[in-house]
Design a protein around this ligand. Structure first.
Ligand code: PLP
Length: 419
């Protein structure tokens, strides 16, 4: 399966084998790991031609992607990037050392000093810090919106951003960490068109698709420019590596790849190989985790010690969020929050009694992970900012894994007695 056309193939099929030609490696059914930092040329002229292709895209080896040095590109990256692009339905993709390396590359590649950026809240803490403080140091201004389904609120925030400087990026994480707050991607794309007409330069729409992943939510098909995934989470799925991917149009990804050779934040050969291997089972793992999550969320919703469950599968009928969910998502995911009656003390008593569930940040692994949001993932936020994002002192984030759902529920049931 190394042909150019993904026509008529489902993403689940593409995830198995796409982008690798066994004939390139002695018929090996699986791709080898190319553990090398540099590549040898048969002649000086060949070396020159490969460099001409890399830097200018011209010459006798144009478009052949000849290799130079692993920071500039390596065979494992080619396999992963063509597979990721095909799964996401994009022209091209670029892989990075982590999800945050990918976010940082977008910020540094597409923002100039004086520009502004619009993003929602809540959002992954690292992204909040990237735009709220790090990019501020480079003269990039940031504005936020709270309800990504409210056209008036989002447009007002966009105008506030525009007042600070030309809007370069509209960044959305949906569903968002940790409360599964949903953002209307069609609204973000329409907004980019409106702002583009207003300021004469269309801002890029960037979507962090980590929480649902490529099988349950397809941002490129909705017209967003760049789809970012922390491959660390569901795509790799075993809590044993860090990686990030960005899919999008060829010209945008080319800019990211060109500067990646300067930032040096590409994904290494062995980790790229592990991600390719894991992508093959991602759809099945995600489907099972989502089925487990629905059972766990239903148990928690009906439990007397639980004040509420923030789960996409429970969005109220008739709400704006439910309408967006029905249009945009093919599943409710398996990471969600629940809120116990009480605060930090009650939450800690419960967490310390768990026997099977692991107390750790991160999500999307095969094992069920749980953490107390206010004192871990959202520690750095003020209590006011946390509350605005729906995080109380009794909020716990749960990433439901692949254990038998009855065992997950039994462990939560015995631990909730301590609340
Ligand atoms: C984990 C995560 C990131 C950051 O990814 P890393 O691979 O840990 O750098 C970004 N966005 C979301 C939604 C995440 O969950």
């Amino acid at each position: 399966m190394s042909s150019d056309s993904t026509a008529n193939l489902h993403p689940e099929t593409i995830a198995v084998g796409w982008g690798y030609d066994p004939a390139s490696a002695l018929g090996s059914v699986k791709p080898p790991v190319y553990l090398t930092s540099t590549f040898i040329y048969p002649s000086a002229q060949h070396a020159k031609d490969v460099h001409e292709d890399f830097f200018l895209g011209t010459g006798p080896l144009a478009g052949q992607g000849g290799k130079i040095y692993a920071r500039l590109g390596h065979p494992g990256l080619d396999i992963l990037e063509s597979r990721l692009a095909a799964i996401d339905g994009a022209e091209d993709a670029a892989a990075f050392a982590s999800g945050m390396a990918a976010h940082s590359s977008i910020a540094l590649t597409f923002c100039q000093p004086g520009d502004s950026v619009l993003h929602g809240r809540p959002i992954y803490g690292g992204v909040d810090m990237l735009y709220g403080s790090v990019m501020a140091g480079f003269g990039v201004h940031c504005e936020t919106y709270l309800d990504g389904t409210d056209p008036d609120a989002v447009r007002a925030a966009a105008q506030a951003a525009l007042a600070k400087g030309p809007l370069a990026l509209i960044v959305a994480e949906t569903p968002a960490n940790p409360t599964a707050a949903i953002v209307d991607l069609d609204l973000m794309v329409a907004l980019a068109d409106e702002i583009g007409a207003q300021q004469g330069r269309r801002p890029l729409v960037v979507v962090d698709n980590t929480l649902l992943g490529p099988f349950a939510q397809r941002p490129i098909e909705r017209g967003v420019d760049l789809c970012l995934t922390s491959l660390t989470k569901y795509a790799a799925g075993h809590s044993d590596l860090l990686a990030g991917g960005i899919s999008g149009a060829k010209d945008l990804v080319a800019k990211l790849k060109a500067l990646r050779t300067t930032w040096g934040n590409h994904l290494d050969p062995f980790t790229a190989w592990l991600v390719v291997r894991s992508l093959e089972s991602a759809a099945v793992r995600i489907e099972r985790a989502m089925a487990n999550a629905l059972k766990v969320a239903t148990f928690l919703r009906d439990h007397p010690k639980v004040a509420g469950v923030t789960f996409l599968g429970f969005l109220p009928e008739g709400s704006r969020a439910k309408a967006v969910y029905d249009r945009q998502c093919k599943g409710a995911g398996s990471t969600f929050s629940f809120h116990v009656h009480g605060g930090e003390a009650e939450s800690f008593r419960m967490l310390d009694r768990l026997r099977l569930l692991k107390l750790a940040v991160s999500l999307g692994g095969s094992e069920t992970l749980i953490c107390h949001s206010a004192t871990t993932t959202h520690y750095a936020l003020t209590p006011e900012a946390r509350l605005a994002g729906g995080i109380t002192d009794g909020t716990m984030r749960l990433s439901v894994g692949l254990e038998h759902p009855d065992d997950i529920i039994a462990d939560l049931a015995q631990a909730l007695e301590a609340v």
